[in-house]
Every structure is written in structure tokens, then in C-alpha cells.
Ligand binder design. Sequence first.
Ligand code: UT7
Length: 329
Amino acid sequence: MNPSPARHSRITGTGSHLPPQRVDNAELAERLAADGIETSDAWIVERTGIRARHFVAPGVQTSDIAVQAARHALEAAGRRPEEIDLVVLATSTPDMVFPSTACIVQRKLGIHGGAAFDVQAVCTGFVYALALADSMIRTGLASRALVIGAEVFSRILDFKDRTTCVLFGDGAGAVVLEASDAPGILASELHADGRHVDILCVPGQVAGGAVTGDPFVRMDGQAVFKLAVGVLDSVSRSVLAKAGRSAQSIDWMIPHQANLRIMHSAARRLGVPAERLVVTVDEHGNTSAASIPLALDVAVRGGRIARGQSVLLQGVGGGFTWGAVLLDF
Ligand code: UT7
């Protein structure tokens, strides 16, 4: 008897959504100045590479923008919502405490049955979600997944804290991941180190009918910066080794879009030329779990990433969490 061929997963469609309200650095600086907070376009561009970010209108939820991104991904894959049997949604800004935003997205798209759940790994969320969906497909738990990263970070920004509020934005990205005979996802690796919980967190909680504690993003930027550069390098080398590929073979590198300096340093250490970096942080800011699928979709729709090319996704963020996925698109 012939052994059954190995089951793999591959991306069959990408999609994204940015809220229409674009706020550039000058406009944000002007808003902050009204509260006596000083910042400038020059500081933000020099330290981060960010020039603008998008913010949702009041009342718009994470599931709303996730659904928009998911519809674009489904359309690109030529799939209908009812063909999806798994929704994995990465977010740190869910619509509700529970149920999961993935279930709310399921309802809004008209998907019934199959599995749906959220992944909480902050800015590494999409890499975690994609690696999980891939392993669920390979083991036969699912066949056709929607993997989404979506965030309304503006809800948890303290606009009186200039060290964080200039960095983040809102947005959503999605992919359809399907079972296939040929490999798309080649190798993945996920990590966390809870010793660093405090360097990037929103420490508040809902308790006794109110939000107790601090409900805003707090970050030790320099600590995050130093850790990020090292772990992105080691995890990237590790997935490349697992797949038997070299850094020179990478067509495109999509790191989490937090800071242009971190991204350039990660590429330099790995020996990947800057032209192969996909950069959207300048126009999107840091959209946490949405940043990688947003950048992927922008590069696919912009005609840069083509079928068959290899792409290295690298996530890093609160937890401390990090991970990478190497794939052939
Ligand atoms: O998505 C999760 C991953 N997150 C990240 O990857 C973030 C990683 N960290 C970073 O990107 C950088 O550390 C930041 C962009 C957050 C900060 O850049 P930095 O070069 O590390 O600046 P710093 O924290 O050392 O601050 C330098 C100066 C300080 O003033 P003094 O003490 O030198 O007088 C800050 O008070 O810049 C000041 N500063 C600002 N000035 C104008 C901090 N924020 C601002 C601001 N505008 N928005």
C-alpha cells in the first residue's frame, strides 16, 4: 500500500483593511500639543520611520475591520465564507472580554460550524495564528482556514504618553490558508519568555463592573528594542535551517512593522538586502498583530510578492513573544 502523500498548507488569498482616517505625524503632534505634550514629525521619523497611521472612527470594532480584510482575502482565494472550517484571529484588542472576536467575525461573515478562536500573542499574534492554522491543517483538524490579524490599538493608547501614542495604529490583514499537496508553509517556530511580561503590557483588567488598574499600553521601548533585534535573528536562522534554506534564498522578508531601525538591523544581521524588506510601518505605524498580514497583502497586491517566491515572516512583541514562518507563496 502506498503511504498517503504528506498534507501541507498554503496561502491561497490575502486581504487587508485600513480605516479611512489617516493621521500624519504633523497632525498628531498638533493634537498632542493641545494637551501640552511635545513631539515632532522629525523625532518620530528619525527614531521609528513612522510618517502616518490610521485610526478607526468611534464605535468601529476590531471585528468590523477584520471582516473587511477577510472578505478581500476570500475574494482573492476564490472562496465563499461557508467553505471556511477554521477562523483564527490574532488580536490584543478584542471586541469583548468574551466570546472571541473570531466568533463575532464568523457571525458577521455567515460562517457556521468549524472552529473559531482568538490568539493572544500581542505583536507576534499573526505568526502564532498562522503556525497554529498550518499545524491544524497538516494534522487534519481543518482544511480551509481564515487567519486574521486585527487591531484597534487606538482604544488602548494614552494620548498623554508620547513614548507610546505616536507609535501605534489600527488595521487588519487576513489570509486564506488551505490544505495542499505541495508545501506553502515550509517551517515555523514560536517562542515566549514570560520573564519580560512587564516591558510591554496593558496592565488593567475588567473586574467588579469596572476597569481596574491601568488600561493603556505601557512600554520600556529600549528594553523591547534590544530583545527584538536578537530574537528576530535567532528565530529566523532557526526556521531557515529547519527548511534547509539559506538567507540568500529569501525573496522577501516581512518583519513585524514596529520600527524601521529594528527592521533594517534584522535584515542586516541576516544578510538580506534592504530591497527585499517589505516596509509599511512608514504609512501604517505599528498595528501589532495586523502588521504582518497587512504588509503581506500590500506587497502581493502591489505586484512585488509573486507566486512561488519565498517569504520570511518575523514576529516579536509583548509577552515577551517571538516567532517566524518561512513559506513559499
Ligand atoms: O510592537 C512591539 C514592539 N515594540 C517595539 O519594537 C518598540 C521598540 N522600541 C522602539 O522602537 C524605540 O525604543 C522607541 C521608538 C520607542 C524610542 O526610541 P529611542 O531611540 O529608544 O528613544 P528613547 O526612549 O531613548 O528616548 C530618547 C528621548 C528621551 O528624551 P531624553 O530623556 O533623552 O531627554 C525621550 O523622553 O526622546 C524622548 N521622547 C520623545 N521626544 C519627542 C520619547 N518619545 C518622544 C516623542 N517625541 N514622541
